[in-house]
Design a binder for this molecule. Structure first.
Ligand SMILES: [Zn+2]
Length: 247
């Protein structure tokens, strides 16, 4: 058994913070963005996460290139698996703290930009609007179930990763990105209130750098479509200018 396998095995038993529904009602991914009914005015104020000093706040100084590099002798699948496990755990903990601010009333849709709502594809293949906490609950439950599934994230020695692992982790990445995108867009004041912006920024920059390095991220998902930008797309650009991310 490898080092990473043993980590995966022990951490997989870690208790999971709050309230999750047992099964998402949708098993189908990916969901798609919906076009807004009304165009928004382009004169919205600059989001706080793009403003100094918050945009520079970080636990990790410098570029993430070295952190994401494949360690010598590590298998790339295992490296991806263990990192996704960590990203999920960390994001889940942040969400656990922010969940009281993310309610059906405060977030009736899964927003991620001034003109962007993510929709969920339900069992009938229909794209539906969900309140953000419901959407996020579905995502986190879905990812947790995958992580617990030894056929997807093998933890026993001698077990191979399936051929669908790369496409599965891309779906996971896309959905976790949406959770980040919502938290930045809708809950950054609360992150600041908790003084968690250095930690949250470093987690997200690490997530972006890792996703880019292993081609788990679709840049279209980070930046959005013309006229329907994802809020965090500007953060991605800013961090590239600052040298935090590779350009
Ligand atoms: Zn919310």
């Amino acid at each position: 058994m490898s080092f990473f396998n043993s980590i995966g095995r022990s951490m997989a038993r870690a208790p999971r913070p709050p309230k999750r529904s047992t099964t998402p009602t949708s098993s189908s991914f990916p969901s798609t963005e919906s076009l807004p009914n009304t165009p928004t005015t382009p004169s919205a104020p600059k989001p706080l996460y793009l403003c100094s000093p918050f945009v520079e706040a970080a636990l990790v100084k410098g570029n993430f290139k070295h952190i994401v590099m494949l360690p010598k002798y590590a298998d790339v699948m295992e490296w991806v698996a263990v990192n996704i496990f960590d990203f999920y755990q960390n994001l889940n903990q942040f969400y656990g703290v922010l969940a009281e601010c993310c309610t059906q009333q405060s977030c009736p849709t899964m927003t991620a930009g001034p003109a962007l709502n993510y929709t969920w594809i339900n069992q009938d293949r229909k794209s539906v609007q969900l309140p953000a906490p419901t959407y996020i609950d579905y995502v986190m439950t879905w990812v947790q179930n995958l992580l617990d599934d030894d056929n997807v994230f093998p933890t026993k020695s001698g077990r191979e990763f399936s051929q669908t692992f790369p496409s599965t982790v891309k779906h996971v990445y896309r959905q976790l990105l949406r959770v980040f995108a919502h938290l930045y867009h809708a809950h950054y004041p609360q992150i600041l209130h908790l003084r968690s912006e250095p930690h949250f920024n470093s987690l997200f920059a690490h997530f972006l750098a890792f996703g880019k390095e292993y081609e788990l991220l679709d840049i279209k998902d980070v930046k959005g479509q013309p006229g329907i930008p994802v809020g965090i797309g500007a953060l991605w650009e800013r961090w590239k200018e600052m040298g935090i991310l590779e350009s």
